[in-house]
Design a protein around this ligand. Structure first.
Ligand code: PXL
Length: 279
């Protein structure tokens, strides 16, 4: 099988292990060529740090892509992560320019957590991201993002009906494969709730206490790598969950659990070749 190629469009936050600094090594660990289109360069991510510096690359994004069109480079997947609102229409144009019949569009909404939006966003951003979700084959929001996208009240205590209803509403926006990560029905257990072909499944493990940053990006990147390695959606999501779980394990072991640090996903990447087969 020839090597797969993925384009991922998100920011490059130098410090703190998230977005491109996570996506490039994680998807590459699947043996997939990974092309990063940076949307901005930040000194660090916006969670846990007091402040950040920012170089906006919005006006360069289309130039870069137009340049590629001069060459014969096709993408098996286009995966979007954290974006600024004004970049959504540009990303839609990029889908138009680069999407071929077999290109999977994978959208991680990446705009909030713990019931609130990230500092850089307001509600209008949610409406912008909905435009991308409409084009997506696959989406993997966390609970907060799923609630904002579907206009559902965010709850900390919920049951399977609540999650299935959320997923049903998300499916009405367009995607056929949906996974909500970080779902817990029982203290001490966390998992991802998976939907495809009108079927729900839940994959879970014991959870670690505390909050960790960048895990959504590790999860989404690993799902992308898994899909491009011909894993089933369920297997891609369960591997992604295990990768996050192991990354947190190493962070706790090394006592590096501050929000600003992200998690030690580098040590966990060796899980990937154990779970995929190169054809
Ligand atoms: O992990 C999502 C993310 C990506 N990029 C930036 C962020 C965040 C979350 O806070 O601030 C810049």
């Amino acid at each position: 099988m020839s090597q797969k190629r993925c384009l991922t469009i998100q920011d490059y936050s130098c410090l703190g292990r998230c977005s491109l600094t996570v996506a490039l090594p994680t998807i590459s660990a699947f043996g997939v060529e990974t092309v990063g289109l940076p949307t901005a360069i930040l000194s660090n991510h916006t969670a846990g740090f007091k402040n950040w510096t920012y170089v906006d690359l919005t006006s360069y994004m289309l130039d870069i892509v137009d340049h590629w069109k001069e060459y014969d480079h096709n993408f098996d997947a286009i995966y979007t992560g954290y974006l600024a609102s004004e970049q959504v229409d540009i990303v839609l144009k990029i889908f138009n320019k680069l999407k071929e019949t077999n290109t999977k569009i994978i959208v991680d909404p990446a705009f909030g957590d713990n019931g609130t939006l990230y500092k850089a966003f307001d509600l209008s951003h949610v409406e912008e991201i909905k435009k991308l979700i409409k084009e997506a084959d696959i989406t993997m929001p966390n609970l907060t993002e799923a609630c904002f996208l579907t206009g559902t009240e965010y709850k900390k205590d919920y049951d399977e009906n609540y999650i299935q209803e959320l997923i049903y509403k998300l499916s009405l926006l367009g995607p056929k494969q949906i996974c909500i990560s970080g779902i817990s029905f029982k203290e001490g257990i966390v998992g991802c709730y998976i939907y495809e072909n009108n079927k729900f499944s839940y994959y879970s493990t014991p959870s670690y206490p505390g909050k960790y940053h960048g895990t959504g990006d590790i999860f989404a990147s690993s799902v992308v790598g898994g899909i491009l390695s011909n894993l089933t959606f369920y297997d891609a999501c369960s591997l992604a969950h295990d990768l996050v779980h192991l990354s947190i394990y190493y962070s706790i072991k090394d006592k590096r659990t501050d929000l600003t640090q992200g998690v030690e996903f580098e040590k966990a990447l060796s899980l990937i070749p154990q779970r995929i087969e190169h054809k």
